[in-house]
Design a protein around this ligand. Structure first.
Ligand code: PHB
Length: 392
């Protein structure tokens, strides 16, 4: 049988189609693979709102950059860690082993141990909240960064403030776990250096909110002031119970700023006037913060808080590091060096990253006025975590 002769026109069309397919294939081959980002955050429980704000902040930064970081599109994987330390290893392994993520962003609760797994596996981790001192202390590693704070930082700043106010006798109250313990330790260090004395340290297990007997104990001790660390849903309940027990009028309450951040709608008048220390305030009034607040409010129909800022800055830090290594995350030392050289242009104000990969930042004194944590001043300028025991 004779071959069917091909006329010229279909031949040209076929060749054109082949070359089109080839160039599409080449383009596909050249497009960098998507960057797999694993979000391990609480989406249920007392810290649920914190996890959502962090994710919103992170996504806002990515979307402001056209959905890409350093030219790579982002693909998200999510795990609800429920702020449950017992499930932490399983949860983080879901992201690392099942989903094969390139980067971990998490978490909120200091007891949910991601850092050890990240350190052992070498997976890049940016912590957008959990303040556990160990993460940028003894556990520090070239691939572990924080966009938030160490628990010591706001506590230490408040210790100085309360000592300067002339209070001598303070009772502390918090949840019994790393964040509470370390926040109180930071407070106590500065307060006692300033001449005060922590006369009683009260605590209850996380995430319990049965404060009544402890409030009775505070009333009986008659301290000059109370220092506290609570956050999320627990902070709402504590502030309301403190006022309902009649203590707000007689014993001034001071806290790490989580006490009143993202909580003011629910706390209402019971929070009015409270003084707290944190690396963010609602009324910074800088062009950078104004633009961020507007963009966040438009996108999510919500006001941002410190958690949103920390999520946003985790995005910025990832973008800076990725840009420096041109998307190649195996270059860990170069990634870290770029961040340690950078000034992060945060809504909170510019901050740098210490040698143990923790923010060096201003800690503000704020006062609740209506629905805002209003800026009073800088409590501690460029406060660096001591990072005791860090060996990178
Ligand atoms: C923490 O567990 O480190 C923690 C949780 C919530 C906060 C701050 C710190 O708001």
């Amino acid at each position: 049988m004779k071959p069917i002769p091909m006329t010229r026109r279909p031949l040209v069309a076929a060749l054109a189609a082949i070359s089109l397919l080839a160039s599409a294939g080449a383009a596909l081959a050249q497009a960098p693979a998507k960057l797999k980002v694993g979000l391990m955050l609480p989406y249920t429980g007392t810290f649920a709102a914190l996890g959502i704000a962090i994710e919103n902040g992170f996504r806002l930064y990515v979307s402001e950059n056209g959905g890409k970081l350093a030219g790579r599109e982002i693909e998200f994987f999510k795990v609800d860690d429920e702020s449950d330390p017992a499930k932490a290893t399983d949860n983080v392994n879901k992201l690392i082993k099942r989903d094969n993520v390139d980067v971990l962003i998490g978490t909120v609760h200091s007891g949910v141990a991601m850092a050890k797994v990240a350190k052992d596996s070498g997976t890049l981790l940016i912590v957008p909240n959990a303040g556990a001192d160990a993460v940028t202390g003894p556990m520090c590693a070239v691939n572990i960064f924080r966009s938030s704070f160490s628990n010591w930082q706001p506590g230490y700043a408040m210790g100085e403030v309360v000592a300067k106010k002339g209070h001598k006798k303070v009772v502390t109250i918090t949840w019994k776990y790393a964040a509470g313990d370390e926040s109180v330790r930071g407070f106590k260090e500065a307060f006692e250096k300033g001449g005060g004395k922590v006369v009683k340290e009260l605590s209850l297990p996380f995430p319990n909110v049965e404060f009544q007997s402890l409030l009775t104990e505070i009333a009986a001790s008659k301290p000059d002031a109370v220092y506290t660390f609570f956050a999320g849903g627990g902070a709402v309940k504590f502030v309301k119970d403190y006022a309902a027990a009649g203590l707000k009028k007689s014993i001034p309450l001071y806290g790490a700023g989580f006490l009143t951040d993202g909580t003011l709608d629910a706390q209402g008048a019971d929070a009015e006037g409270l003084l707290t220390t944190l690396h963010y305030a609602d009324s910074l009034g800088t062009p950078r913060d104004n633009a961020f607040r507007l963009s966040y409010a438009k996108t999510f129909k919500l006001q941002p808080d410190v958690y949103a800022v920390q999520g946003y800055d985790a995005g910025q830090m990832l973008g800076i590091g990725l840009g420096a290594v041109k998307g190649d995350l195996s270059k860990k030392a170069e990634f870290a060096a770029a961040l340690q050289k950078a000034k992060i242009n945060s809504p909170r104000g510019p901050f740098s990253i210490s040698k143990s990969n923790n923010p060096v930042q201003d800690i503000y004194l704020r006062q609740v006025t209506g629905k805002e944590n209003k800026l009073i001043g800088i409590a501690s300028k460029g406060l660096s975590d001591p990072g005791r025991g860090c060996r990178l």
